[in-house]
Design a protein. Structure first.
Length: 146
């Protein structure tokens, strides 16, 4: 069972990292969609804004669930304290990013920190995937669980 969870963790890190990259692209789509829908007075309807960022918003919640699953796989796969804590950091960062996005809707100064935390999510997701797939990371995960 532990071996199966380690394998699930390994593949799930790659899937989560890919989803995070799609999330960045969805934010870009939302921004350019909003720009293209602004009228001659640069007014943008709330409906057009929501449509442009709909994928980005929905994928944020999917990433929260996916990152919690990643943590569960790390915990069940007995990857060692350091790896499990790093896997726990990802859903925490995603949750912080979501909270900042929600709060930024009412207080734009708070929203400034949403993309900053998003950069941390990209970096950590990439680090987790790289560690899971590198020969050195896979070997150390196997040796710490033994």
């Amino acid at each position: 069972m532990t071996s199966a969870l380690r394998t699930a963790y390994r593949y799930w890190t790659a899937a989560v990292f890919l989803a995070v990259l799609v999330q960045v692209g969805a934010a870009g789509y939302g921004a350019f969609y909003a720009d293209s829908k602004a009228d001659k007075t640069n007014a943008l309807t709330h409906k057009a804004f929501d449509h442009g960022f709909g994928l980005h918003s929905a994928l944020g919640y999917v990433l929260l669930i996916a990152s919690v699953l990643l943590f569960v796989f790390a915990l069940g796969g007995r990857l060692g304290r350091r790896s499990v804590l790093r896997a726990l950091a990802l859903p925490i960062l995603v949750l912080v990013a979501i909270a900042l996005a929600v709060a930024g809707g009412k207080h734009p100064v708070v929203g400034i920190f949403h993309p900053v935390v998003a950069f941390l999510v990209v970096g950590l997701a990439g680090f987790l995937a790289h560690s899971a797939w590198s020969p050195r990371g896979a070997a150390s995960a196997s040796s710490t669980a033994a």
